[in-house]
Design a protein around this ligand. Structure first.
Ligand code: NAD
Ligand code: UFG
Length: 335
């Protein structure tokens, strides 16, 4: 299939591009480079052993998207493009809704015009809000506690309406838990343009000495060591989940929400210790107060993905840390 990846040079998009190429698909990377760099395209071509096509642009440019869908005879779209920093979304909600929600509306209009009706959307475990029970399955009630989360929920609901309006649509909302790690080559990984908000990329920079310590947001949660628990999933497992979702959509019409997680949670301190073991570096930590909006524990019931997509996460925490460390070291040695 010819697959358009919006946000294709970003963290998850770039790793998925490799897995799709390995599975025999042709990918077109589309990105405005607001949180990624064009050099990713070279790296991807190096890993894939062939040139991947990149088009610079913004999903809010409806006409451009429409032209691309036709020009490249796109069969399906994976929609990664979006802004994802929770704190920024609180400060700049209009920017978040314009990028995430308006961007998706433009994409849907262009897809309708081009008669392309297969879409995989990057959703998030954030749509579950504060968990009522654990592990979180797809029937768990949804709610949002910040504009970022609300933008994901609005989009999911919009997509549900689109699928109900026309039975030709095939839509998968993949609810990612906490993607971490990097491709085994160390050539691509999580490389935000600004200071990292997420734990793993920050941790990796503490290990290199770029930051003096990791600030742990709260050690008074009702968890084994008091720090927050999350379902960390290797980005290559996540990438494989997208390939499986496209296969699933070949046989299934309608709207589907599917968790992509491992089903197991680790605390912040467990991740810190695993990273120390993988990197051989000492990670100084400082406990500070809880970060507003954080939940204590979040992990997936991943049985639907196993049953429907025939997909399971295979890589362990050590692999997540080793690959993230390899990528960080390579990145630092080049700068
Ligand atoms: P990322 O920032 O690395 O990738 C997103 C890419 O989209 C970037 O390359 C950015 O330049 C691009 N982009 C942003 N707005 C755009 C626009 N208007 N037009 C074109 N390109 C645009 O983030 P990621 O971690 O790869 O996340 C991909 C998707 O997965 C996002 O939608 C995010 O909300 C979602 N998600 C991420 C996580 C996570 O922890 N990484 C968890 C759950 C969901
Ligand atoms: N944490 C720290 N210090 C840091 C960064 C994070 O202690 O510097 C802690 C957090 O408090 C939390 C855990 O590490 O307990 C993980 O935090 P992240 O910021 O890495 O991830 P979140 O679970 O907060 O959120 C991520 C994505 C969201 C997505 C969510 C659900 O950022 O976009 O996972 O999958 F919605």
């Amino acid at each position: 299939m010819n697959i358009l990846l919006t946000g294709g040079t970003g963290y998850i998009g770039s790793h998925t591009a490799i897995e799709l190429t390995n599975a025999g698909h042709h990918v077109l990377l589309f990105d405005n480079l607001s949180n990624s760099a064009e050099k990713v395209v070279e790296r991807l071509s190096q890993i894939a052993g062939k040139n991947l096509t990149f088009v610079y642009g913004d999903v809010r440019e409806a006409e451009k998207i429409r032209k691309i869908l036709q020009q490249y005879q796109i069969d399906a779209v994976i929609h990664f493009a979006g802004l994802k920093a929770v704190a920024d979304s609180v400060k700049a909600p209009v920017e978040y809704y314009a990028n995430n929600v308006q961007g998706t509306i433009n994409l849907l209009e262009a897809m309708q015009l081009a008669d392309i009706k297969t879409l995989v959307f990057s959703s998030s475990a954030t749509v579950y809000g504060e968990p009522d029970y654990l592990p979180i399955d797809e029937s768990h009630p949804t709610s949002a506690v910040n504009p970022y989360g609300r933008s994901k929920l609005h989009i999911e609901e919009m997509l549900k309406d689109v699928a109900s309006s026309d039975s030709e649509w095939r839509i998968a909302c993949l609810r990612y838990f906490n993607p971490v790690g990097a491709h085994q080559s160390g050539l691509i990984g999580e490389s935000p343009n600004d200071t990292p908000n997420n734990l793993m990329p920050f941790l990796a920079r503490v290990a290199t000495g770029a930051y003096p310590e990791l600030k742990v947001f709260g050690n008074d949660y009702p968890t084994s060591d008091g720090t927050g628990v999350r379902d960390y999933i290797h980005v290559m497992d996540l990438a494989e989940g997208h390939v499986a979702a496209l296969e699933y959509l070949k046989e299934h019409r309608g709207w589907h929400a599917i968790n992509l997680g491992t089903g197991r949670g680790y605390s912040v301190l467990e991740l810190v210790h695993a990273f120390e073991a993988a990197s051989g570096q000492n990670i100084p930590v400082k406990f500070i107060s809880r970060r507003q909006g954080d939940v204590a524990i979040c992990y997936a019931d991943s049985s639907k993905a196993a049953a429907e997509l025939n997909w399971r996460a295979r890589r362990d925490l050590a692999d997540m840390c080793m690959s993230a460390w390899l990528f960080q070291k390579k990145t630092d040695s080049e700068s």
